[in-house]
Design a protein around this ligand. Structure first.
Ligand code: NAD
Length: 298
């Protein structure tokens, strides 16, 4: 299948590579020259613009940072957006985490031009993207999901149909609000133990196998040196940026305001990530939020 992949960052690059390795004809584009160069070296055809990369593509996949990037890609920003260019019958799969309202707007714009469109945000982190074991939360029609499924199966293991357009994004921000809260809670508990002289590895293992066990302790320990492959052990580089978590917690709060839901811990988590970003941690992996809770490192 001819696929155009737009956004070759921490997540998009390994996802595009998994489709390429599965034998699909994948062309990629990213605004970052470095990202394009890396994937070009891995054998992907790299195009010079979003308009170029989609020429001849049966499927367009986007993996961009936030709502504004997705909106300007499909509707245009000074120049015509992709929805004006793509032929009827193309399938658009947006995997970025964005506002459900934006996902619905893109889907409506696509439907008017007889372009199929699903929102398919993911969970599983960069490890899951590399391993092809992501979870997809899909919003859109069942028919469009079935068209996308063979491709999603090359990038992920769990594929859920959350509901109609935008529902995938709503599920995703519920999940990420919980993830933000649990990363802060895990960090707080680890920092308390370490301040009392406990060994970080021993304490992590005790809690992992006790009633405090959770995904951060299983796969993504926020203390450097506890897990070799976690971003914390790589100076918090790569992974899931703290500013992206701040964006997701903001989306959850906007949504909660709209439906009058009470999300006190989600609100507090957003404020703590905002403080962490102001203190200079925004570009680091989101597990670096533990630095807010530790004695300054010398
Ligand atoms: P990233 O910042 O590493 O990558 C985003 C890429 O998009 C960058 O390379 C950037 O240059 C490119 N880009 C921005 N605007 C563009 C445009 N108009 N055209 C082409 N390229 C453009 O981010 P990421 O970690 O890969 O995350 C991507 C999305 O996935 C975000 O919405 C994020 O919230 C979500 N997400 C990330 C993770 C994770 O662990 N990193 C996990 C689940 C979901």
């Amino acid at each position: 299948m001819k696929i155009a992949f737009i956004g070759l960052g921490n997540m998009g690059a390994p996802m595009a590579l998994n489709l390429h390795k599965a034998g699909h004809e994948v062309a990629g584009f990213d605004l970052s020259e470095d990202a394009c160069k890396r994937l070009g070296e891995e054998g992907l055809r790299i195009a010079g613009s979003a308009q170029d990369v989609v020429r001849g593509a049966e499927v367009v996949i986007s993996m961009l940072p936030a709502s504004q990037h997705v909106e300007s890609l499909y509707f245009g920003n000074g120049q015509p957006g992709l929805l004006n260019q793509l032929p009827a019958g193309t399938l658009v799969i947006d995997c970025s985490t964005i506002a459900a309202a934006t996902a619905r707007k893109v889907a409506e714009g696509a439907t008017k031009r007889q372009i199929a469109c699903i929102d398919a945000p993911v969970s599983g982190g960069t490890g899951g993207a590399i391993a092809g074991s992501l979870t997809f939360m899909v919003g859109g029609t069942a028919g469009d999901l079935e068209r996308a499924r063979p491709l999603l199966e090359k990038m992920g293991q769990n594929i859920f149909h959350a509901g109609e357009a935008g529902a995938g994004q709503t599920a995703k921000i519920c999940n990420n609000m919980l993830l933000g809260i649990l990363m802060i809670g895990t960090s707080e508990a680890l920092a308390l133990g370490v301040a009392n002289g406990l060994d970080p590895k021993v304490l992590s293992e005790i809690m992992r196998r006790s009633s405090g066990g959770n995904w951060a302790l299983e796969k993504y320990n926020p203390l450097p040196g506890v897990m070799e492959n976690a971003p914390a052990s790589k100076k918090y580089m790569g992974g899931f940026g703290a500013d992206l978590m701040l964006k997701d917690l903001g989306l959850a709060q906007e949504n909660a305001t709209a439906v009058r839901a009470a999300t006190p811990l989600g609100g507090l988590a957003r404020s703590l990530y905002a403080a962490h970003s102001l203190a200079g941690g925004g570009a680091l992996d989101f597990s670096s939020v533990i630095r807010l809770l530790q004695k300054p490192q010398v």
